[in-house]
Design a protein around this ligand. Structure first.
Ligand code: NAG
Ligand code: NAG
Ligand code: NAG
Ligand code: NAG
Ligand code: NAG
Ligand code: NAG
Ligand code: NAG
Ligand code: NAG
Ligand code: NAG
Ligand code: ZN
Length: 300
């Protein structure tokens, strides 16, 4: 369990332990301790954050452009790094670039990994209006020219097999299901392989709605800054067993708590066009009112 320590000696012992073992984790060497060793983790512009949708600023972004190799079969390496499953192109011969979407320059795919929680009511790093999701997937990119990192992030929602009506969602969930089946082999080792398309892992057909903030950070030590975050409104659906299976092979949870926004601005690529029923009722009343005026005062 996460706990805060106010005892100096205890803190010092933990710091000595991190220094000696060069290791951090989410338990006794948890996030409260990270800043003692990794100074950036204590800086004012950290990730993740809670996205308050009513405080987002609408911005128009051009669409994302993915290179052709996203549609080719890739031999992915799944590596148990004790914090998550780092998943990357084994052969590194493919051109997996990303442009557009307001990103400065050309970014190259490095790896993806998942964050999860002790149960399905938590596990995401980012929150939307204070709501935690069951997990979060990070596709990590690097711009080699500027050394800047960008992360494409999807929140995970648990759904049961019967409610997967739409075929696109069904296919995405099935792909992640096969990925997790492979990942379970990490129980006996620390490396395994998975053949798949990056365009299937990332639901590339539905990326127009997203939240964007700059000046974020990595959510794990060394918590380096200047990371551009994109959090999609479209979630990736997981079966409950698939996300909970990760407890057995890696760790029970691996998400960081939300960090203060400190004046950073979160943009939204879309306007919230959802009318609530109260608004619809008020619009109907106005239409009726205008109609009555026209009927009774036809000369105006
Ligand atoms: C990946 O995309 C290629 C080209 O579109 C296709 O031939 C292949 O079947 C896809 N792989 C999978 C696992 O669906
Ligand atoms: C993927 O790459 C690894 C390492 O090179 C290799 O051992 C494995 O056979 C490859 N898998 C396939 C399906 O080609
Ligand atoms: C690139 O950034 C990483 C941290 O994100 C840093 O460790 C590294 O030194 C930087 N490299 C250059 C060439 O600036
Ligand atoms: C879903 O997967 C099936 C089987 O691989 C494929 O035939 C179908 O075209 C896919 N549907 C979509 C919408 O991608
Ligand atoms: C969903 O249920 C169907 C029918 O029970 C089954 O054939 C399919 O494999 C299930 N899909 C997943 C991803 O578990
Ligand atoms: C994988 O496990 C082997 C055997 O335990 C170990 O020697 C090796 O360092 C591990 N590799 C990684 C990347 O953790
Ligand atoms: C998606 O956008 C809608 C409309 O603004 C919002 O109500 C919902 O919370 C958002 N969901 C996510 C996961 O961002
Ligand atoms: C696309 O994403 C939105 C949320 O941003 C979701 O409501 C919608 O169902 C998705 N459409 C498809 C075809 O997956
Ligand atoms: C974010 O960083 C840019 C430079 O990279 C700087 O101009 C801007 O003021 C920073 N934003 C905030 C809110 O600190
Ligand atoms: Zn991450």
């Amino acid at each position: 369990m996460k706990q805060h320590s106010s005892h100096g000696i205890f803190t010092s012992l933990i710091v000595i332990k991190i220094v000696c073992t060069q290791e951090w984790n989410y338990h006794e060497l948890a996030e409260d301790m990270w800043p003692y060793i990794y100074v950036s983790c204590g800086s004012t512009q950290q990730s993740p954050i809670d996205i308050q949708t009513s405080n987002t600023k609408y911005s128009k972004f051009e669409t994302f452009k993915f290179s052709a190799d996203y549609d080719t079969l890739i031999n992915f390496t799944l590596q148990n790094n004790h914090y998550s499953i780092r998943t990357f192109d084994s052969i590194q011969e493919k051109l997996l670039t990303l442009e557009g979407g307001g990103l400065p320059g050309t970014f190259t795919f490095r790896q993806f990994h998942i964050h999860w929680g002790e149960n399905i009511h938590q596990g995401s790093e980012h929150q939307v209006n204070g709501k935690k999701f069951s997990g979060e997937i990070h596709f990590v990119y690097l711009n080699f020219a500027t050394n800047q990192t960008a992360v494409l992030s999807f929140l995970i929602e648990v759904i049961n097999n019967q409610t997967l009506e739409n075929e696109i969602d069904y296919n995405t969930t099935s792909l992640w299901h096969s990925y997790i089946e492979k990942a379970l082999l990490l129980n006996g080792g620390n490396i395994t392989y998975f053949m798949g398309n990056l365009s299937e892992f990332i639901p590339v057909h539905n990326l127009s709605k997203f939240y964007r903030y700059y000046n974020g950070s990595l959510t794990v030590p060394p918590c380096s800054g200047n990371v551009i975050w994109t959090i999609f409104n479209n979630t990736i659906k997981f079966l409950e067993d698939d996300i909970t299976a990760l407890h057995k092979i890696i760790t029970d949870y691996n998400f960081r708590e939300i960090q203060p926004l400190n004046g950073r601005i979160v943009s939204a690529s879309f306007r919230d066009d959802q009318f609530d029923t109260g608004q619809i009722l008020r619009i109907k009343q106005w239409i009726l009112f205008i109609y009555i005026i026209i009927i009774y005062f036809p000369n105006y």
